[in-house]
Write a protein that binds this ligand. Structure first.
Ligand SMILES: Cc1ncc(COP(=O)(O)O)c(C=O)c1O
Length: 451
């Protein structure tokens, strides 16, 4: 939470020791960000929009954008010097700062890439080569969640299915109120592979699924993979860093990627890809091959041709920004989680619906059921409704279609994924509440939006 401006006037009188303490206290307090400073950091946000979708594209404060601009000018001032002397050490510095944040054991395990999509291509091309070069057999399996991100599913199709791999999807329940339900479905999928005598070469597991958004018990699923002899585990944690605690050692996957531009305040676009015991994976390469090919993924990724690397260089300023908040990253995550749960429950109560998972299974995003009278009957309806909310009410929020199961009547079929980030205020959620209330009151249904 931003420090309240009133707190800045801490007492400075008293004896020497007290004076010393109060001065120290004052120093700490004045360094905490204030509400007006937060407003100023995000003053480039469109003020007419209640932005309750941090999940899709994240956000970047003004001080970090200014630092990025400085790096861009530094490159343009003397590109040759920048390339020869500056770039690599600056990228290494960012990697080093990430090390304790994710609890990796060695800097060589961390590469900086553009985004989670690129990281996915790196891992899946590595798997694809194993099929093509006969280390894996045709019909060997890859397991992934049914709720895997659309682009990741396409990558699995492009790199695993096309190489001869057999894909098993783990169907997940939603709404979901217990991790046990997820674990049971995951075990079912691995059993299916066993029954069919398939060797499972890869498991792709989300840390936080995108739509619907649920925090997956990733450590437990990785442990099951190890027990069942799954070859390699890739965790798509695109949303995780800055949204939930990340401890790559503890999770124990072979590969783990997270965007820094979603919840860690970095500019678009930068992600890290962690490769456990990187030296064991000598065939992991960046999809864009350049001069450094064959020197290990971190070095390959640090030069993929002439381009703007500035988003990778501002990790120090990102951490400076985070440390202006009480409790640093932990504090931000805790407050975002508490707020998003509170707002989700408030909306569900007003609309007579429910939240889509128990509060301990969500992070800084939560799924909130929308009133059934809105008549959400397809994915197209969710897209139309989202556009309608943006264009007519100034609310930006993604919506998920949850088809009714056989026999279910009058069930909630539309869930909004709301986010909370440091720039949000309660008015954003009231705006959303009032917009939906207005639609209900007007007798609106999604059928009216069809052309
Ligand atoms: C679970 C998941 N994986 C991967 C991605 C892709 O991230 P990017 O577009 O930054 O590559 C996203 C983006 O929202 C996501 O939610």
């Amino acid at each position: 939470m931003a420090s309240d401006d009133r707190h800045h006037d801490s007492a400075e009188n008293g004896d020497a020791e007290n004076h010393h303490i109060s001065k120290k206290t004052k120093l700490t307090l004045t360094s905490l960000i204030t509400t007006s400073e937060i407003l100023s950091e995000f003053s480039h946000h469109d003020p007419t929009v209640a932005r309750i979708n941090n999940g899709s594209f994240g956000c970047c404060p003004a001080t970090v954008l200014a630092a990025q601009r400085r790096w861009q000018y530094r490159f343009l001032a003397q590109p040759d010097l920048f390339y020869i002397r500056t770039l690599r050490p600056a990228i290494d510095h960012s990697r080093l700062l990430l090390l304790p944040l994710i609890n990796a054991s060695h800097i060589d395990e961390i590469s900086l890439v553009d985004n989670a999509t690129t990281a996915t291509a790196i891992v899946l091309q590595h798997i694809s080569r194993s099929f093509h070069e006969n280390r894996f057999q045709k019909g060997d399996a890859a397991v992934m969640l049914h709720y895997a991100y659309g682009a990741v599913k396409k990558s699995v199709q492009a790199y695993v299915s096309r190489a001869g791999g057999y894909v098993i999807e783990v169907s997940l329940p939603f709404p979901v109120y217990s991790n046990d339900e997820i674990v049971a479905e995951f075990r079912n999928a691995l059993n299916k592979a066993k029954l069919e005598n398939r060797k499972v070469r890869l498991a792709v597991i989300d840390h936080i699924t995108s739509m619907p958004s649920v925090v997956i018990p990733v450590k437990e699923l990785v442990k099951i993979c190890r027990e069942e002899g799954v070859d390699q585990v890739f965790v798509d944690a695109a949303h995780a860093i800055g949204c939930t605690r990340v401890d790559v050692e503890d999770i124990g996957a072979d590969f783990y990627t997270s965007n820094l531009h979603k919840w860690l305040f970095a500019p678009p676009s930068v992600a890290f890809l962690y490769c456990r015991k990187a030296y064991e994976f000598d065939d992991v390469h960046h999809p864009v091959v350049s001069h450094e090919y064959g020197k290990g993924l971190p070095v390959e990724s640090a030069w993929i041709g002439t381009r703007d690397y500035s988003s990778q260089l501002v990790v120090p300023e990102v951490l400076d920004f985070i440390n202006r908040f009480e409790g640093g990253l932990e504090g931000i995550m805790k407050r975002n989680h508490e707020k998003v749960v509170e707002m989700g429950e408030m909306l569900a109560n007003v609309w007579g619906t429910q939240i889509g998972c128990s509060p301990d299974m969500c992070s800084s995003m939560i799924m909130v059921g929308l009133p059934t009278s809105l008549g959400i009957e397809s994915e197209k309806d969710t897209l139309n409704l989202r556009n309608h909310l943006r264009e007519n009410f100034g609310v930006e929020v993604p919506i998920y279609y949850r088809p009714p199961k056989e026999g279910e009547v009058n069930v909630v079929t539309g869930y909004a994924r709301i986010s909370h980030q440091v720039y949000n205020t309660i008015e954003d959620y009231y705006k959303f509440r009032d917009a939906v209330n207005q639609l209900v009151q007007d007798g609106f249904t999604c059928a009216l939006l069809l052309d």
